[in-house]
Design a protein around this ligand. Structure first.
Ligand SMILES: NC(=O)c1ccc[n+]([C@@H]2O[C@H](COP(=O)([O-])OP(=O)(O)OC[C@H]3O[C@@H](n4cnc5c(N)ncnc54)[C@H](OP(=O)(O)O)[C@@H]3O)[C@@H](O)[C@H]2O)c1
Length: 322
């Protein structure tokens, strides 16, 4: 395992584990997945993974409970990161919600407490007042944000009066916007970009095609999995396969190596099996050459999926068919 070079209390592994899937019906993994989830967590710890991401929203608290129970005695060794969903995130609410999350996780301190998304009405000054109080009493270690622009990340830092260690954003070969400003800022200021959906929810695994799309509500609502887009993505998947062959690796591992190339990035793929977790952890050791990186970038740029409003009628039609 490789770790981010930063002055954090505990080392942050380049590959973490995302746990939206835990206790969340919308991924469609069924009742046996809960037991598997615990095995995934334990194997991740064995492999040197130290970043575990959850949220009060995931499975309405079930993900936090499953993760906390699975980590058990290892809780103090790793960075447990959770998120407040900011409905009216005034200071007193932030404090109550942190206490509830800590109880579900079974921890006395949340290593990284993140604001799940910017609130359009409540200013960060208000939310960060609550975060600062939580840090002062030791219930929260580091503060993070999620889905924040660079500007709002910096505003949050000014409001906290301390570093806001991380910004968790969608970052994969298909979603490269963080490369424009968030990644340079993180590298220059000693901050971390936590890449969520680094496999584009499994699109980049090459496991799915127009005739075999994934099931489950999350991916049925994701335009990348429209048959048309799965078809359009074939060249990109072929490129991933070619690079993977040179490393005796899988397309998913190469897609993770692409985002991990940036020094201050931690990727938090979810996993539906222990084997996926093992492969994801191993991806931290892959070094892409300049030529490989350029080929991946060019192939990703050439992929033009149907997204946004244009995708909406197609998504509705594909849902009606299934
Ligand atoms: N802050 C936010 O707003 C936000 C939003 C979304 C996610 N997140 C966080 O980020 C985490 C990861 O994002 P995500 O779950 O949306 O997407 P992701 O990590 O890109 O995709 C996860 C899915 O990819 C497949 N997969 C994983 N490893 C694989 C491997 N080695 N080989 C082949 N397939 C593999 C699995 O699905 P199958 O096996 O079923 O194909 C798995 O469920 C979440 O768990 C959550 O913690 C945060």
């Amino acid at each position: 395992m490789r770790y981010v070079r930063l002055d954090t209390p505990k080392p942050l592994s380049k590959i973490g584990l995302g746990t939206w899937q835990f206790g969340s019906r919308e991924w469609g993994y069924g009742p046996d997945y809960e037991r598997l989830a615990a095995d995934i967590v334990r194997r991740a710890v064995e492999l040197g993974v130290t970043v575990f991401d959850t949220a009060e929203l995931y499975g309405f608290g079930r993900s936090e409970r499953i993760l906390g129970a699975a980590l058990a005695g290892d809780r103090d060794k790793v960075t447990v990161a959770t998120k407040i969903f900011p409905v009216l995130p005034v200071a007193s609410v932030v404090q109550q919600r942190a206490v509830a999350s800590a109880a579900r996780l079974g921890v006395t301190s949340i290593d990284l407490y993140q604001v799940h998304q910017p609130n359009p009405v409540v200013a960060d000054q208000t939310t960060m007042r609550g975060m600062r109080a939580l840090q002062d009493v030791g219930l929260v270690g580091e503060v993070g944000v999620s889905n924040y622009s660079l500007r709002r990340w910096q505003v949050a830092e000014a409001a906290l009066g301390r570093r806001v260690l991380s910004n968790q954003v969608r970052y994969s070969m298909l979603d490269r916007r963080p490369e424009e400003d968030l990644l340079p800022y993180a590298a220059q200021a000693g901050r971390v970009v936590i890449a969520y959906s680094p496999l584009a929810q499994g699109f980049l695994s090459g496991r799915y095609d127009a005739h075999h799309p994934p099931t489950g509500a999350v991916r049925r609502a994701n335009p990348y999995f429209l048959p048309e887009n799965l078809e359009r993505g074939r060249t990109l998947i072929d490129t991933l396969r070619q690079v993977a062959a040179a490393h005796d690796a899988t397309p998913s591992q190469i897609a993770l190596a692409y985002v991990l190339r940036h020094p201050n990035v931690v990727a938090i793929p979810g996993a539906s099996s222990v084997e996926q977790m093992e492969r994801n952890a191993a991806a931290a050791e892959i070094d892409l050459t300049e030529d490989e990186y350029a080929a991946l970038m060019n192939s990703a740029r050439a992929f033009r999926p149907v997204t946004g409003l244009a995708a909406v009628p197609k998504l509705i039609r594909s849902r009606v068919r299934t």
